[in-house]
Design a protein around this ligand. Structure first.
Ligand SMILES: [Zn+2]
Length: 416
């Protein structure tokens, strides 16, 4: 059994932030205290000013014998930011998690029916659809739970999850100056999950979001079902959005009148946030389909991914803005897929499933018209979308034997 986590971020509406500047002020103070603590601790441990560490490296560094050092730093740093004594106490208790999340965990209670209010800092009441935040040294405040939030929480409860704790978070935006943007309450849900005994494979080829993501279900070494997402219409819509944005951006560059330029820029920004939302919803939909297929068939999810170097190369390379957004979408897709696979106990693997190497003889294939690939040595040919799935078929038993358990790429916080 593994302890797995999912996080719901509930936005604090802008109206409340405006009416209650002390909320943003508190969130920023907590964030600054946490950052100073983490920075000081890591400097003491590594001797470096701002060490760049992966989660695994952090995990190795934050050994129990550093606990006292961590506590001492928290005691020094937190009062400087005017934080209540017990906030520092929570931070000391969760000294490692604070470094990982750059936030102080708050105790939280979820009320589904008529349970007694236990006076915890974050009180999530499903009946009245309200989240109350209190005991943080400022007057309490409440935010409304949207229908979608309530539905999300109920789904987690049905899956046997429990609310473990919460964070008061503030997003930090890097512009010319560091500014603080969105405020949110994050609710961390946890549950125990047993790894699925895998009996099938769902192979996913995610190289190009603009060509669609191809997935195939393989059972007993045979390709049983294929599906390509998103549909053509959605891809077309996205392309249209990209074109609109680039043409507007060209107009902005030519515009000499500053008032008119500002109006154009506003339109560009509106379209960009629309594009962001669209890509996000496409990603959510694709991941949902993959997870459903894998759950129905107790399948291992095998994702073909280019290695990170190639990915970085493409990101930094001379790609048009359009492709960069698709790449970001792919990054989101991988993260989300991995997270949900873990949540449902589905094994998740990343393997190279080639689309340009012949699955029959291993020679290089050449691309012909309409994305048909032909092997220059043995003459085998198939649609480019199907080649990675045939690689999964070829390696079917080897992949199943790997039987990799659910393995969090990043160390999961040890809340309890
Ligand atoms: Zn061949």
């Amino acid at each position: 059994m593994n302890q797995v986590y999912r996080v719901l971020k509930i936005k604090i509406p802008w109206k409340l932030v405006e009416e209650r500047p002390d909320v943003l002020d508190l969130a920023v103070r907590m964030r600054l205290a946490v950052e100073e603590y983490a920075k000081t601790l890591l400097k003491e441990i590594t001797g470096q000013e701002e060490p760049r560490l992966t989660a695994e490296e952090l995990d190795r560094l934050l050994t129990p014998d550093r606990r006292e050092l961590a506590r001492r730093i928290i005691e020094e740093v937190f009062p400087k930011y005017g934080l209540k004594r017990y906030i520092a106490e929570w931070a000391k208790f969760f000294w490692r998690d604070v470094v990982f999340h750059r936030a102080v965990p708050l105790n939280a209670q979820l009320r589904v029916g008529n349970e007694r209010d236990m006076s915890m800092a974050v009180f999530v009441d499903l009946k009245s659809c309200i989240v109350r935040v209190r005991k943080l040294g400022i007057p309490p405040f409440a935010i409304e739970l949207k229908k979608g939030n309530v539905a999300w929480i109920r789904e987690r409860l049905e899956e046997g999850a429990k609310l473990k704790l919460a964070f008061l978070g503030v997003e930090r935006r890097k512009g010319k100056e560091l500014t603080y943007g969105k405020l949110y309450i994050a609710l961390v849900f946890a549950r125990e999950v047993a790894s699925v005994e895998s009996k099938a494979i769902v192979a996913v080829d995610v190289n190009r979001l603009d060509h669609g993501v191809m997935m195939g279900l393989l059972v007993d070494g045979k390709l049983r079902q294929t599906l390509k997402l998103p549909d053509r219409r959605t891809i077309k819509e996205l392309r249209k959005l990209h074109e609109e944005i680039s043409s507007l951006e060209r107009r902005v560059a030519r515009e000499t009148d500053s008032a008119r330029r500002m109006l154009l820029e506003e339109r560009v920004n509106r379209l960009k946030s629309k594009r962001y939302g669209k890509i996000r919803s496409v990603v959510i939909q694709i991941v949902k389909e993959i997870i459903e297929l894998a759950r129905q068939n107790n399948a291992v999810i095998v994702v073909d991914t280019m290695d990170d170097e190639t990915y970085q190369g493409l990101k930094e390379g001379n790609w048009s803005g359009e492709k960069k957004h698709y790449l970001d979408g792919l990054g989101q897709l991988r993260r989300r897929l991995k997270e949900l696979a873990e949540w449902y106990g589905l094994p998740y693997l990343e393997e190279r499933l080639y689309s340009t190497i012949c699955p029959r003889c291993g020679a290089k294939m050449a691309e012909e018209k309409n994305r048909i690939m032909r092997c220059t040595v043995c003459g085998y040919s198939d649609h480019r979308d199907r080649v990675p799935l045939l690689w999964a078929k070829k390696r079917y038993w080897e992949i199943l034997r790997k039987k990799q358990p659910v393995f969090p790429q990043f160390r999961r916080p040890s809340y309890f």
